[in-house]
Design a binder for this molecule. Structure first.
Ligand SMILES: [Zn+2]
Length: 69
């Protein structure tokens, strides 16, 4: 049996909202871009001609449950 006890010596400091907000917006835009390419880059909503992008994200599309074919 161990005699060690959990006694954290470092106290986490909160990160100010002003420092998190730009990264949160950037991450949100990347997520929206990813969702667009996985979910809507096909047919009438396609920005890039051809089926290359659709075929590249096709497995992810089925994995996330987007309607496909
Ligand atoms: Zn499919």
């Amino acid at each position: 049996m161990s005699d060690t006890a959990f006694a954290p010596s470092a106290i986490p400091t909160p990160i100010p909202l002003g420092q998190i907000l730009p990264w949160a917006i950037f991450a949100g835009l990347l997520m929206l871009l990813a969702i667009y390419f996985v979910g809507a880059e096909e047919g009438a909503t396609s920005l890039i001609s051809g089926m290359y992008v659709h075929e590249f994200v096709h497995d992810g599309r089925h994995l996330l449950g987007f309607p496909c074919h």
